[in-house]
Write a protein that binds this ligand. Structure first.
Ligand code: FCB
Length: 544
């Protein structure tokens, strides 16, 4: 369906009325946080001119065409076809068919007025054997066309090299991220990307959420290869206490090698920046007890700093080294040098805030069903994390289990990262709202008032963190259109556009119109073309 840029006067009036009833603004007023004005008023011009606003997607979640034009199967392409792995038996075989509709999708992205589009590259579309050589020309053509078409419309490609879909052949051959052999294969993949696309790409993310891969694939068994052990689940293979640590170790070293290659051989000429993206939940103490406050620090280290500390400081967080014994892999002195300072920016995917409860000084009985399993073990940092306290949720529920709406968490997580990493440049590489299924009728599927309120509220807190000095360079809405939400399939919907599963037609929701209006509301001064010049001068690397 063609996107119309004008709202009819009736729906516009309805839209304004509903927006002014912003439920999070009301909640905050009641809670007395004192930023209601900012919440109602957050504007594009509250952010710096060069700040990048965008939308984000990933290859397996949107492309489909899983075996077309020379592409080989990815781990996800295989995993989804095993019974019980995905809700309703959904698969990404077709997904949103972006492989065939990408030009329409780029038009849609353009119509939003965004500065950047974050998308990922399917490893098995570029290197069907997973390894050096055997580059698939059709895959290169596809991503070249995306990049060129974005740039033609003034949109910066913000490229995630790897967003969870590894070639299945690498999993079969040596066990994927569990084997150090994957580090060099990953570097070959990134080298191919830098060579083929790097002349036009200024923003590179090596890996999306290594901490989620470790957690979901190797601790909880929800993602391929579906490894876990009790009490995390009953998988046919795996060890939840050790495999997540090994997988993370290989991902961090793979990143560091790719980053070294980029910086030595490509960055001086191409002038881009390279970073990594972490799943960054915020935590608040379950009680005022000092032990729960310590638990907050421990779980932040165990989740966020687990990936960022090595890439900034050269080793795992001291908080983790303290309670892990031999199972935490060690970096050799050479590896420490390699890994240290191997990112130009920190990417945060922030969706939610949870309570953290200490499990060292008090017992986190398994019978406490509100706690995620494993809090009583080292791999869980001896912390029980939960979205509820005394039967009351920390925020309004969303369609994603454990993700509640807690806008203040945005400011808190940004402050945490700012303080721990000396205000290194950050991007909010994902933030988004999934409509709870029961609300789809009431809240209306298309008139997604709560999604708008969510982004307004989170952006207001982001703006506040930035006014207090946080160096944040961009914000990406997850996601452009409803897509394959991993093991939850298509039931969970986060799109600014809905996608009809029968026709695959895209239809803008109210939030798409809101985003377009928000992005259009800029002073003439901030209409100047955005360059990354300010970024380069700060990170001290090549000028654009
Ligand atoms: C993030 C993933 C992204 C999407 C959102 C909802 O953790 O990076 O692919 O699934 O969650």
């Amino acid at each position: 369906m063609k996107v119309t840029t004008m709202l009819s006067s009736y729906s516009f009036l309805l839209f304004v009325l509903l927006i002014s009833a912003n439920p999070y603004a009301r909640a905050l007023q009641e809670g007395g946080n004192g930023i209601e004005e900012e919440l109602e008023d957050v504007k594009r011009s509250d952010f710096p001119t060069e700040f990048l606003f965008g939308v984000a997607t990933s290859s397996y979640q949107i492309e489909g065409a899983i075996l077309e034009d020379g592409k080989s199967l990815s781990n996800w392409g295989v995993f989804v076809h095993k019974n019980g792995n995905v809700n309703n038996g959904d698969t990404g075989d077709i997904a949103t068919d972006d492989y065939h509709r990408y030009l329409e999708d780029i038009e849609t992205i353009h119509s939003l007025g965004v500065d950047a589009y974050r998308f990922s590259i399917s490893w098995s579309r570029i290197l069907p054997n997973g390894k050096l050589g055997g580059v698939n020309a059709a895959g290169i053509l596809f991503y070249n066309s995306i990049i060129d078409n974005l740039l033609l419309r003034g949109i910066q490609p913000f490229v995630t090299i790897h967003h969870w879909d590894i070639p299945q052949v690498l999993s079969d051959e040596y066990g994927g991220w569990l084997n150090p052999l994957i580090q060099d294969d990953f570097v070959h993949f990134t080298e191919t990307c830098f060579k083929k696309f790097g002349d036009r790409v200024r923003y590179w993310v090596t890996i999306n959420e290594p901490n989620s891969v470790a957690d979901l694939a190797y601790e909880r068994g929800k993602h391929p290869p579906g490894h876990c052990s009790p009490p995390f689940g009953n998988c046919s293979a795996g060890n939840s206490d050790t495999e997540p640590l090994i997988a993370m170790h290989n991902m961090l070293l793979a990143h560091a090698k790719a980053s070294k290659l980029y910086r030595e051989q490509f960055q001086p000429k191409q002038g881009g920046v390279i970073g990594i993206v972490v799943h960054a939940i915020m935590y608040e103490p379950f009680t005022d007890d000092e032990h729960d406050k310590e638990a907050v620090k421990r779980t932040l280290a165990n989740n966020v700093a687990w990936a960022f500390d090595p890439l900034v400081f050269g080793d795992y967080p001291p908080e983790m080294r303290r309670y892990h014994r031999n199972e935490l892999p060690k970096f050799t002195p050479e590896e420490r040098l390699l890994i240290r300072d191997s990112i130009d920016f920190l990417g945060l995917n922030h969706y939610a805030t949870l309570y953290a409860k200490d499990c060292i000084h008090s017992s986190c009985a398994r019978s406490d069903s509100a706690c995620a399993p494993g809090g009583d073990r080292a791999i869980g940092g001896f912390v029980c994390t939960t979205a509820e306290r005394g039967g009351v949720l920390i925020g309004e529920p969303t369609g994603l289990p454990i993700f509640s709406v807690v806008p203040r968490g945005m400011e808190e997580i940004v402050d945490y990262v700012k303080n721990r990493y000396h205000n290194k440049p950050m991007f909010i590489t994902e933030n988004g709202y999934s409509t709870p299924p029961q609300q789809e009728q009431v809240d209306d599927f298309q008139l997604d008032v709560k999604r708008i309120a969510f982004h307004k509220a989170y952006l207001a807190f982001l703006a506040r963190a930035m006014r207090n000095g946080a160096d944040v360079r961009g914000y990406f809405v997850w996601t452009l259109m409803d897509n394959f939400e991993w093991s939850l399939g298509y039931d969970v919907k986060l799109g600014l556009y809905s996608v009809d599963r029968a026709t695959l037609n895209r239809t803008p929701r109210s939030s798409a119109k809101w985003y377009r209006n928000f992005l259009g509301n800029i002073s003439s001064n901030s209409m100047q073309p955005r360059t990354a010049a300010a970024f380069w001068s700060k990170v001290g690397r090549a000028e654009e």
